[in-house]
Ligand binder design. Structure first.
Ligand SMILES: CC(C)(COP(=O)(O)OP(=O)(O)OC[C@H]1O[C@@H](n2cnc3c(N)ncnc32)[C@H](O)[C@@H]1OP(=O)(O)O)[C@@H](O)C(=O)NCCC(=O)NCCS
Length: 203
């Protein structure tokens, strides 16, 4: 605990031990391992995964948090956003968000969220939806106010389906199924990702 407290104090903008940057192809092994550690190897069976399968994340909205200083470059957090149609309304689906257990409660998750939402707004996106813990995401403005008429292609807990309007009224009239709307990844990339997953899980 002592070490964590010391690091928290070091989260001064001039001496921040973490940086947020665009995800790189070389992050893939560390990212997959982090997601396995946070959500389990069965994470690919989750309902939200149906919105990501075979799709590329939204342009400029796949982010990594990396250590600075002595462990410079080590990936400690990941966040991606995906194009969806939220009952006919264009939106982004946020997730997964994960932070390495050794770096939690230091503001890394919040930094990823704030960076991603600002970038999404700057790129002209109007709304973001997600499936997650309301007590965590409420601090970024997410609520269930405009998602009550939306559903997902599989089982989900209604009170975890949350939305945020980056442009006022962007989720007005959102009704029906949330469906994937992102660009498909090339068959070669999809095959590579499948092979990588099987190698990582066999290790
Ligand atoms: C959720 C997660 C991303 C938060 O990352 P983090 O870097 O520790 O978060 P931050 O440091 O920005 O924020 C910490 C704050 O969030 C709160 N918090 C963390 N997870 C929470 C949750 N599930 N529900 C409510 N509050 C939560 C902490 O209590 C802390 O509160 P405080 O600021 O009042 O002290 C991280 O715990 C994680 O990776 N969890 C496992 C994967 C996961 O659950 N992802 C989210 C999917 S819903």
């Amino acid at each position: 605990m002592t070490a964590l407290r010391r690091t928290r104090i070091a989260l001064d903008p001039d001496a921040a031990p973490f940086a947020i940057r665009a995800e790189r192809a070389s992050d893939v092994v560390a990212r997959e391992a982090l997601l396995d550690a946070c959500f389990g190897e069965n994470r690919h069976l989750r309902t939200c995964q149906r919105l990501r399968d075979g799709r590329a994340p939204a342009e400029g909205l796949a982010l990594s948090a990396v250590r600075q200083g002595r462990l410079q470059g080590r990936l400690v957090g990941t966040l991606r956003l995906w194009h969806v149609s939220a009952g006919g309304v264009r939106a982004l689906m946020l997730g997964p968000l994960a932070v390495d257990p050794s770096c939690r409660e230091l503001g890394v998750g919040a930094a990823l969220m704030r960076h991603a939402l600002a970038a999404a707004k700057a790129r002209g996106h109007g709304a973001v939806v997600l499936l997650g813990d309301a007590p965590y995401y409420a601090r970024f403005g997410f609520s269930g106010l405009k998602t009550g008429e939306l559903s997902l292609p599989g089982p989900f807990e209604r009170d975890r389906l949350l939305g945020l309007e980056l442009r006022e009224g962007a989720l007005d009239g959102a009704w029906g199924m949330i469906a994937p709307a992102g660009a498909p990844v090339s068959p070669t990339k999809a095959r590579r990702a499948k092979v990588l997953r099987s190698v990582l899980h066999a290790a």
